[in-house]
Design a protein around this ligand. Structure first.
Ligand code: NAG
Ligand code: NAG
Ligand code: NAG
Ligand code: NAG
Ligand code: NAG
Ligand code: NAG
Ligand code: NAG
Ligand code: NAG
Ligand code: NAG
Length: 585
């Protein structure tokens, strides 16, 4: 019995836990390079003042927010751990407070005007010196300075009436990948604006920089369009609509926290709600029962052979894209169903004009006709789901299109080897909606008869079950098997929370804190300097990060009994702290 022997050995492990008193506050994500001093704790004045070299409203406001939070929160982590010596450059040593009281933070930014876009320099240096009594941050851009502040925020603890930093510290930091994101879906269920802002706040704390907002889907159209006000008749209710001001608010809230907002209007598949109100002729198969026409209810796809489709798409796209700052617009292109179009008279006639035509030609028609519409600013770049190349096989998709890969890892190799830039969202690792069973009703597969055992016992009840735990997310090498050239085409990774069973009531618990694991693997990696998994070094910090989120009012799920949080490594499956090293790179 493998499992019971495991339980026995962890019981033995418990007896040998030594009491630890030192507080080690390591930020999440782990910085690329962190060097602790050992001259003793440094006290920071509650009236810390900012000395900003080049004026930046964004940075001075971020400093105000950060420091106010530190002072209000009086944070002291429950997660207490003496780190293994190899994990820090200088072994940690608890010392008395050195007597230095820091009262000033200097921030020098080379160019405060560089905009927040894909690939912007996000690096920073943060130095807290024992002698000078000053904290110095240096960065190339505003966005690097914001990251420095979230690191700083996580380094300070409140102890015995003082705000202290355990030791002098020197950090150099920069992300491994420019795209570190979360996808949310407000088409299946509406997400309140305040809940979207909450995700952005948590993202900024762990340096995630891209919120991919899958705004609509075939089920609902929740965005105000001035030109076609009838589209929001397909919102779930008049109260479940984003006004254009709401969208601008989300974009502005993200920007001052270094989070890009990347909109997605999923087309031509997953399209019914909203569009059908403008002209029902541009939507195919909307009235065919979904099992014959779609991957899930409700059915509907934009009709590529109807010219009115493009006029309406252009009007909606121009109006919407003007509300967002980002150069990138995600235009969907996933899961196109051939069966849906075969219910359309106009598509059948188009096929009949040339017998060699297939669904690939139909999709290519869409790609060719929409390209000039979508590329409506000089800096515009498009993202599409990989299906457009890997599944429906459009004939010719520009290499300038970023492809978001959700299926098997071999697709990432395929696409990067062709020269496409790719964002990895492997459903086997990064889909946050998995493991909650299916949502369709009148489903006989749940009846307890032998024929249904596979469905109910092998996670098939959720097409992508089981639930993806933080360790599953963290331990995934999303560039595995790629050559150096192929790797250079991986822009980063994104967890996806499809929202058939998610709304404002549960979104935060489904995203946090496990997504902090992706935040670290995309920022500084999931391996130590020797190339071994450093998961064991994250566990205490992710538990701590969860406590921090809850403390600031973001209701993240607990990952463990609090016992595990308070007794570092007492809940490890193996007492051997380097057991993961068996799985080297
Ligand atoms: C990281 O720190 C080490 C010493 O701890 C130093 O040798 C190295 O130059 C640093 N790297 C960067 C990029 O700052
Ligand atoms: C201010 O910006 C200029 C260039 O924009 C840069 O050369 C200079 O170092 C910056 N100064 C400070 C104090 O950040
Ligand atoms: C807090 O102060 C008390 C009394 O000065 C001292 O005994 C204790 O060790 C201090 N605790 C910490 C965590 O520094
Ligand atoms: C659609 O537009 C194309 C060219 O833009 C034109 O050749 C075609 O006749 C139009 N079809 C209809 C039904 O108007
Ligand atoms: C759809 O119609 C095309 C053209 O008639 C045909 O080749 C194809 O097999 C049909 N596909 C399905 C899934 O019925
Ligand atoms: C692919 O499309 C581009 C325009 O986007 C065009 O320049 C190129 O010739 C096309 N290639 C093929 C093989 O059709
Ligand atoms: C990686 O390469 C190994 C060995 O060639 C192969 O077994 C595995 O399937 C590959 N994985 C992916 C995701 O391509
Ligand atoms: C990529 O996948 C497509 C579709 O499965 C296949 O036709 C093509 O040969 C693959 N290309 C590479 C380079 O693996
Ligand atoms: C811990 O596990 C590693 C990897 O399997 C192994 O090399 C090492 O010998 C183990 N250490 C102990 C003390 O068992």
């Amino acid at each position: 019995m493998k499992f019971s022997s495991v339980l026995r050995s962890s019981a033995i492990a418990l007896q040998s836990i030594v009491s630890v008193s030192a507080v080690v506050v390591n930020p999440l994500p782990a910085p690329r390079n962190i060097t602790w001093g050992n001259s003793g704790s440094i006290e920071i004045s509650p009236s810390l003042s900012l000395n900003l070299g080049n004026a930046s409203e964004i940075v001075s406001q971020a400093f105000e927010r950060t420091w106010e939070r530190v002072v209000d929160l009086k944070w002291y982590p429950a997660a207490i751990e003496q780190p293994l010596a190899s994990y820090v450059t200088t072994p940690y040593r608890k010392r008395d407070v050195s007597g230095v009281v820091v009262s000033r933070i200097n921030i020098d930014i080379e160019d405060v005007d560089i905009p927040l876009q894909l690939g912007v320099d996000e690096s920073y240096k943060l130095d807290v010196e024992s002698g000078s009594g000053e904290i110095s941050i240096a960065s190339a851009t505003t966005w690097g300075a914001l990251h420095a502040l979230t690191t700083f925020q996580q380094l300070i603890i409140y102890q015995n009436g003082s705000f202290i930093l355990e030791e002098p510290v020197s950090i150099w930091d920069a992300p491994l990948y420019p795209h570190r994101g979360i996808m949310i879906d407000s088409g299946r269920n509406f997400l309140q604006k305040k809940k979207i802002l909450e995700q952005i706040e948590a993202m900024s704390l762990c340096k995630l920089n891209s919120l991919h907002w899958h705004i609509d889907d075939s089920q609902s159209w929740p965005i105000e369009i001035i030109k076609y006000p009838e589209m929001t008749e397909d919102a779930y209710s008049a109260r479940e609509v984003y006004t254009q001001q709401d969208i601008k608010d989300v974009v502005a809230y993200g920007k001052v926290r270094g989070v890009r907002i990347i909109p997605e209007i999923d087309m031509p598949g997953h399209s019914r709600a909203g569009w059908q109100k403008v002209n029902p002729e541009i939507v195919s198969c909307a009235d065919i029962f979904w099992t014959e026409s779609a991957v899930e209810p409700a059915p509907g796809q934009l009709n590529p052979v109807n010219n009115d489709t493009y006029k309406i798409v252009q009007d909606v796209y121009d109006e919407l894209s003007a509300l967002f700052d980002d150069n990138i617009f995600h235009v969907g292109a996933d899961e196109l169903q051939e069966t849906c179009y075969n219910f359309s008279t106009s598509v059948r006639e188009w096929y009949a004009e040339d017998e060699s035509r297939t669904i690939s030609d139909l999709l290519q028609l869409w790609v060719d006709k929409t390209e000039p519409i979508f590329m409506n600013t000089p800096d515009r770049r498009l993202t599409m789901w990989e299906d457009v190349v890997m599944t429906t096989h459009a004939r010719n998709v520009s290499k300038n299109v970023i492809l978001q890969s959700w299926d098997v890892a071999s697709n990432v190799k395929n696409l990067t080897s062709q020269g496409y830039d790719v964002i990895v969202s492997s459903y086997l690792h990064f889909y946050l909606d998995c493991g909650f069973s299916g949502f369709v009703t009148n489903d006989p597969r749940y009846i307890d008869v032998p024929a249904n055992d596979d469905f109910n016992e092998n996670n098939a009840g959720s097409w992508c079950g089981p639930y993806k735990s933080w360790q599953r997310i963290y331990d995934y090498d999303f560039t595995q098997n790629l050559t150096e050239t192929e790797k250079s085409h991986v822009l980063g990774a994104e967890v996806c929370l499809w929202s058939e069973q998610v709304d404002s009531a549960v979104i935060t618990q489904k995203i946090w804190p496990r997504t902090a694991a992706l935040a670290e693997s995309t920022w500084s990696g999931n391996k130590n300097a020797e190339g071994y998994f450093r998961t064991n070094f994250v566990s205490q910090r992710i538990f701590n990060f969860r406590e921090y989120l809850v403390a600031i009012g973001i209701d993240a799920s607990p990952l463990v009994p609090k016992f595990c949080l308070q007794n570092p490594h007492a809940c490890d499956l193996y007492q051997n702290q380097t057991i993961l090293f068996e799985y080297d790179a």
